[in-house]
Design a protein around this ligand. Structure first.
Ligand code: ADP
Ligand code: ZN
Ligand code: ZN
Length: 675
């Protein structure tokens, strides 16, 4: 009798053993998908990780229902990689499996099962003809030099950081490296943050690599993603994968190079659900498994990466000039505090910004306005008593959206009607507080009625199409001004933008997070980098209340080193990354008092291992989401502490906590290297 140990796509820690029916025994292999019954009624798609003849020691062994694959769809390397993710991020392999395979490959019911079979019969459309078109552009001298340095660095380092200012032509260097790797018969993974993976970059690479390339994006339909996954398993798989963080889960055969563009991007980190992995760090591990080189590219390196580059652990190559010697944009600070005092502001706009916008638009140039808040106003407030509407299920005020004329909770997504009267004092008038992109758009239209304005934020880009449409309309100069959240900062390349306006730099600086300065530097430098990419030097107007602070000066002077040096002193003093690793523990329960008590107990248990490096429990800034109260405990772990020991200690503390009857209804999860 044969048995199959399988992984189920669930947060369960073990594999499960099923009997293999006679008619499957010749075909079933490690890496094949099977349908298995689980619990009294359910069936799941699982993946076989071992086939053996050891009879399990429990009485009732259930049988595999269906074998979905004749050939494995999960490779040995993938199993090894899944194990690493599960261990490092303290979750189950089942959760990794669930994230790794597109939904369409894990059908749950009979109908979906049939659909899946049908889909597998249609041949993959991704792999096309293999002849390369020759790229058009000869690199510049600086680019060639950087290219040579990278190739040299690859001979001595597994990982190299390419630190090149915005618009220095990093992408062209990537293209040359990709060609070289493909010509050696090896595959390339080119990773981008979700939001930066646009048609702009896809088209650019498609021109060069055509049918050799496939794109893996979470906005793709399930069918498309299944097709890409299956295409990777074919005899002649795509040689270049351009994808978001989840592309690390694709079945590569012969990976030779991994490029992680915009490596500093915090969106490489998956927040919810588990596995809460960082795509960049996972890619480093993936590359090591294949002996592939890694190139991390950015204009503003993350501290973790820059620190290792400085220590010589990573290779380091720099590009200090923009392509074609275009100068970096001039950043002009506008001291809003002073102007407000003198009543010289037009709403959120200084005269400087208004003039710069008007001049640009009348000269046929374009403007980007950055405000890192969507909606119309952050919240509304009763004019008489100051009452503020809040979400019933989350501890947070509601954001007012004018277009839909309702209030939205940005944590649970629930919408509410605007109240007719204040429930506290029956006043009928409300005031809008704070500034969102919707309001900025309105104000620009009233200031410059002749200008054509587009807005790009989560609300206008719910569908992939509209995101692409906004970018292409702006690129085609169908609009003069683009108002947006951080979405406008991500790697977009527009020819004609001469002015970038940052309406309020302070909200970014004032975040209660040890990374807030680092992040503000990244975001503001990136948004500034959208100005003057081709031709003339661009101009950035940065409005702030903190004009005379070091961090603003460092942003203006593009003084990455100064910012890094200052912040590193603090990180060292307070035991933060990259000197210590952080692991956050989140506990959730419907009952606030019980949660309070349980989280105190958990912190106490953790202190027996980690001593005073355990902080909390605290309520996070939003202490209740979707009716669940939340507590957070932070653990600062010595970078030299053995990860295995740390992990097993954390798993056992969690299991002890959850095994108590009083803990019924409690959820606990770890967030390793939180962003
Ligand atoms: P980065 O990725 O560093 O921000 P890009 O690779 O997007 O920079 O390059 C900026 C602009 O310069 C792009 O529009 C690109 O087409 C152009 N460019 C860069 N290198 C070359 C080259 N060698 N030949 C022609 N154009 C180039
Ligand atoms: Zn009131
Ligand atoms: Zn809510």
């Amino acid at each position: 009798m044969l048995y199959a140990d399988v992984i189920l796509p669930l947060p369960l820690h073990d594999t499960f053993t099923y009997a293999v029916p006679e008619d499957m025994k010749d075909d079933i292999k490690r890496g094949c998908r099977v349908v298995v019954p689980f619990g009294p009624k359910k069936v799941y798609t699982a993946v076989v990780c071992e086939v053996h003849d050891r009879c399990p020691d429990f009485a009732e062994v259930k049988s595999v229902v269906t074998l979905l694959d004749k050939k494995p769809v999960v490779t040995d390397k993938q199993f090894e990689f899944w194990r690493w993710i599960a261990d490092y991020y303290i979750c189950s392999v089942g959760e990794v499996f669930n994230a790794a395979l597109p939904g369409g490959m894990k059908p749950k019911d009979g109908d979906a099962m049939k659909a899946d079979k049908k889909r597998r019969r249609t041949k993959s459309a991704v792999v096309g003809d293999l002849s390369l078109q020759i790229a058009s552009s000869v690199l510049s001298e600086a680019q060639s030099k950087a290219y040579e340095e990278i190739c040299d660095s690859f001979t001595t380092h597994n990982v190299t950081l390419l630190h090149g200012v915005t618009s220095s032509g990093k992408t062209e260097i990537y293209i040359k490296l990709i060609k070289k790797t493909i010509s050696e018969g090896k595959q390339v993974l080119y990773m981008l943050p979700e939001i930066a993976l646009t048609t702009q970059i896809t088209d650019r690479l498609n021109k060069v690599f055509g049918g050799d390339m496939c794109v893996y994006h979470s906005k793709f339909t399930d069918t498309q993603r299944v097709r890409v996954y299956q295409g990777m398993l074919e005899e002649r798989p795509p040689m270049l994968v351009l994808g978001v963080r989840s592309s690390v889960f694709l079945p590569f055969t012969n990976l030779g190079l991994v490029i992680v563009d915009e490596e500093h991007e915090t969106s490489y980190k998956q927040q919810e659900p588990a596995p809460r992995y960082n795509g960049r760090n996972a890619a480093l591990v993936l590359a090591r498994m294949y002996g592939a080189s890694v190139l991390l590219g950015t204009a503003t390196p993350s501290f973790e990466v820059y620190h290792l580059a400085r220590k010589g652990r990573y290779g380091y190559v720099q590009l200090t000039k923009r392509y074609n010697d275009v100068r970096l944009p001039e950043i002009q600070i506008v001291d809003v505090k002073e102007l407000r005092r003198k009543k010289l502001m037009k709403g959120p706009f200084s005269d400087e910004l208004v003039t710069a916008m008007r001049d640009a638009v009348s000269a046929g140039e374009q403007v980007i306005l950055f405000q890192n808040r969507r909606g119309y106003s952050n919240f509304i407030e009763c004019k008489c008593c100051g009452w503020v509407p809040r979400c019933e299920h989350c501890d947070v005020s509601l954001t007012y959206h004018k277009e839909s004329n309702q209030m939205t909770c940005h944590y649970c997504g629930r919408t509410y009607a605007i109240p007719d009267v204040c429930p506290a004092c029956e006043e009928k008038r409300f005031i809008n507080k704070g500034l969102g992109t919707e309001k900025v758009e309105d104000l620009v239209i009233s200031l410059m009625p002749e200008a054509r304005v587009l807005r790009m934020d989560l609300d206008t880009t719910r569908s992939r199409l509209s995101y692409e449409t906004i970018i292409s309309q702006f690129a085609d100069h169908q609009a003069d001004v683009l108002v947006g959240t951080q979405m406008v900062t991500k790697g977009l390349d527009f020819d004609n933008v001469s002015v970038v306006g940052i309406l309020d730099a302070d909200t970014m600086l004032n975040q209660p997070d040890f990374r807030s300065y680092e992040r503000a530097f990244h975001t503001l430098s990136q948004v500034a980098g959208r100005a003057g990419r081709r031709g003339r030097q661009g101009r950035v107007i940065l409005q702030t209340h903190s004009a005379d602070t070091d961090i603003i000066r460092q942003i203006v002077n593009n003084d990455f080193w100064g910012m890094f040096y200052d912040q590193m002193q603090e990180r060292k003093l307070f035991n933060y990354p990259p000197f210590f690793r952080l692991i956050n523990v989140f506990l959730r329960h419907r009952e606030n008092n019980l949660l309070e008590h349980l989280s105190e107990e958990m912190a106490m248990r953790l202190r027996t291992f980690f001593g005073d490096k355990v902080l909390g429990p605290d309520s996070p800034p939003v202490g209740r989401i979707k009716s669940m109260y939340i507590r957070k405990i932070m653990i600062k772990v010595d970078v030299k502490a053995p990860t295995d020991a740390v992990r097993s200690c954390l798993s056992s503390v969690r299991d002890q906590m959850l095994s108590q009857t009083v803990a019924h209804g409690l959820t606990i999860y770890y967030d390793v290297d939180p962003m």
